[in-house]
Design a binder for this molecule. Structure first.
Ligand SMILES: Nc1ncnc2c1ncn2[C@@H]1O[C@H](COP(=O)(O)OP(=O)(O)OP(=O)(O)O)[C@@H](O)[C@H]1O
Ligand SMILES: [Mg+2]
Length: 697
């Protein structure tokens, strides 16, 4: 263009020069032709540059419209002169959206100032880039994009123009926030995993069962505190070592098991640090990985359960034993009851026979032997009856000195000459709550044992009763010192093994037929029923000492008629004794016994007949002795009926087994004495004499 202008200016100058000099016409024509051809050339050049410009413009338009960028041409007032399809798609997606006329209203208010400054900067610098500008994209929508502003050169005529490119960053930002939220989710998940891990660790640590995990090669990877306690190894000692060290049978089970759910492996034998075997129950959980399976073993210690099972079976055995004993007791009790009457008859008739034979005769020696055997049989029967009837003693406030003295006196009679019996009885011993019959039995059993322990050698038995010794704690928790009764002997003594078993029923070291093994179990049972204790001290060859502790009682002692006794049986003076017993043999015996001892006997086998007789002549007897067990009518009923007729009549009740209840009922019905069957002539006469003395008082 500029070259063509210069050419045009050159033409008139030359024309003026020619006019001055009057150039020839031909020359003019040539010039004109030349000028024309120049013009044509220039025209050509112009057309060429115009078409080049047009092509460039077209290229720009093509580029402008097809470039994948939102582009706008904006003038210095902000009016949008041109925009491409991409811009429309981005900023005016809907037909109903406002047309794109001015640029600034498209910018969110928060970014307006920044964009205005951007345009100013582009005007000065030629270019400006703004990041993350919030741009309105249609009604109610926004996008965030980077804004590139470039000043367009060569547009001075209409003021500055700018080409603005919007690079939509929304997808990128969405991606970024998605990434951010997935990172947050991951973080959260991580925290959760950590929490779960520490919770799991806490559970494993707090578990009462041993938990052991192994890797694919069955090496220990987890060993919880319960496992340390069970096996006696520290974690450091077992981590990395094969599990078969602790559970020798687990290795095979681990290889064979392929289950995905937990499996019960059952009972196994584990081995602890001391190489001891422990009974355990094992369950297994497997985790399958590409490189093998890791396992977790839950090991439950069965030691306590086993112990309890053993205890239970021992208890069951004991129960069976005690049931057996109970059955034997009942059986023995039944037999003993029948024996009572038989022995009674033997002893009674023996007494009569002894009166009928001469003192020095051979028959007398035999009769003495029969008496010894009979007394032994009687004691045995009493023992069996006490043992077989597990009844509560009838305890009354009692002074032991009297009872002990009496028992010692009676026992002394049966002692062989090689044994001496001494007693040291504190007469001021306080009262205890006791059943006199049972105390007698305890003493008799201990003294008999002592006598047997001394045997044929010379020896001593001593009995001591005191209250000054400190004793063990008794179940009654009485702060007062217990009353202490000691029976010691210089006999054979016992070793520890025997001492451990002496209170067991039927334990005896005596030859078959000589001991039942019931003596000390009866002592033990009686002492327990009295809230007391029995202890033993013994050395083989050094003798034995049994100590009985009775709790003191605060209740005052009442001396009842039954305990009044005389130490010898005086002959009767023709007093009338009414005897009632359904057993004719007994009746016959008692009649003979009492008659021989100077009494008149009125015998009745029918209690009703006895009552009738008394009703007709109440004064016809001075004392009455009745049996307890009679068919259809108990001795207690008879006592009651007779007491109603003759309240002053002294009465005694005879029974094979005097229970506390019978004693209580008999005393309440008016009885003044109780006779233990079987009895010998002396005993019977003694009671009758006692009753008559009591009646005279
Ligand atoms: N004073 C003692 N000295 C040595 N051993 C004794 C003494 N007392 C008891 N024993 C031992 O205790 C065992 C059990 O005594 P227990 O009185 O229970 O039964 P037993 O005397 O054998 O039989 P039973 O009393 O029926 O005649 C006796 O066999 C004896 O070995
Ligand atoms: Mg004995």
């Amino acid at each position: 263009m500029r070259a063509s202008k210069r050419s045009l200016l050159g033409g008139p100058e030359r024309r003026a020069g020619r006019r001055k000099g009057y150039l020839p016409r031909s020359k003019l024509v040539d010039d004109l032709r030349h000028y024309q051809s120049e013009l044509e050339i220039q025209n050509k050049a112009l057309r060429f540059s115009q078409s080049a410009a047009e092509a460039a413009y077209e290229r720009f338009v093509t580029l402008f419209s097809s470039v994948p960028l939102a582009l706008m041409v904006v003038d210095s007032r902000g009016q949008i002169l041109q925009n491409n399809a991409r811009t429309l798609a981005l900023l005016r997606p809907e037909e109903t959206d406002p047309p794109l006329t001015y640029f600034l209203p498209l910018i969110a208010e928060t970014d307006t100032a920044r964009v205005q400054a951007g345009f100013a900067s582009a005007r000065d610098e030629g270019i400006c880039e703004l990041v993350e500008v919030s741009i309105r994209a249609g009604l109610g929508r926004h996008l965030t994009g980077d804004l590139h502003i470039a000043r367009l050169d060569g547009t001075e005529m209409g003021g500055d123009q700018f080409i603005c490119a919007i690079i939509d960053q929304s997808p990128l930002l969405a991606q970024r926030s998605a990434l951010q939220s997935s990172a947050e989710a991951l973080q959260h998940r991580n925290a959760q995993l950590l929490q779960n891990r520490s919770r799991l660790a806490a559970i494993i640590d707090a578990s009462l069962d041993a938990i052991i995990s192994t890797d694919a090669a069955q090496r220990i990877t987890v060993f919880n505190p319960a496992a340390q306690a069970l096996f006696g190894y520290t974690r450091a000692q077992v981590l990395g070592r094969p599990v078969s060290l602790l559970l020798p049978d687990a290795g095979a089970a681990l290889t064979q098991t392929d289950a995905h759910a937990p499996v019960q492996l059952g009972e196994m034998s584990a081995r602890n640090h001391q190489a001891e075997s422990i009974a355990v129950e094992v369950s297994l959980s497997l985790e399958h990985h590409p490189d093998g399976a890791s396992a977790t073993l839950f090991v439950h210690d069965l030691t306590t359960r086993k112990k309890m099972e053993a205890q239970r079976s021992a208890l069951e055995l004991q129960l069976r034993e005690s049931q057996k004993m109970q059955a034997i007791g009942t059986l023995a009790g039944g037999i003993a009851h029948d024996f009572n009457n038989i022995i009674g008859a033997i002893l009674g008739n023996l007494a009569l026979a002894k009166q009928d034979v001469l003192d020095k005769s051979q028959a007398m020696t035999s009769l003495h032997e029969i008496e010894k055997a009979g007394r032994r049989a009687r004691d045995l029967v009493r023992q069996i009856l006490t043992f077989s009837r597990n009844e509560k003693p009838h305890r009354i406030p009692l002074f032991l000195p009297e009872v002990v003295q009496e028992s010692v006196r009676l026992f002394r009679v049966s002692l062989p000459p090689n044994v001496s019996l001494t007693s040291d009885i504190d007469a001021y011993t306080p009262a205890v709550l006791a059943d006199p019959t049972q105390i007698e039995q305890v003493l008799l059993n201990l003294l008999t044992n002592a006598m047997h322990a001394v045997g044929q050698q010379p020896g001593k038995i001593s009995v001591a009763l005191t209250c000054n010794l400190a004793g063990p704690d008794l179940p009654t928790a009485d702060p007062k010192s217990p009353v202490v009764l000691r029976v010691s002997d210089t006999g054979c003594g016992m070793n520890a093994a025997t001492q451990e078993r002496i209170f067991e029923p039927f334990f005896t070291t005596k030859p078959v037929g000589q001991g039942t093994g019931l003596g000390l179990s009866v002592v033990h049972g009686i002492m327990q029923a009295h809230g007391g204790k029995v202890s033993v001290e013994s050395q083989p060859g050094q003798g034995t000492c049994f100590t009985l502790y009775f709790p003191q009682t605060a209740r005052s002692c009442v001396v009842n008629a039954a305990s009044v006794s005389v130490s010898f049986a005086p002959k009767g003076q023709g007093q009338r004794v009414m005897v009632v017993d359904d057993d004719e043999a007994q009746l016959f015996l008692v009649r003979r016994l009492l008659s021989r001892n100077g009494y008149q006997v009125i015998a009745f086998s029918d209690p009703k007949a006895a009552i009738e007789a008394l009703a007709h002549g109440p004064g016809q007897c001075d004392v009455m002795v009745t049996d307890f067990n009679m068919p259809g009518f108990s001795g207690v009923d008879l006592l009651r009926a007779v007491h109603a007729l003759r309240p002053d009549l002294p009465m005694a009740l005879a029974s094979g087994y005097v229970t506390p209840e019978i004693e209580h009922d008999a005393l309440a019905a008016g009885a003044r004495a109780l006779i233990h069957k079987p009895n010998d002539a002396d005993e019977l006469c003694q009671v009758v004499a006692t009753l008559l003395i009591g009646a005279d008082r």
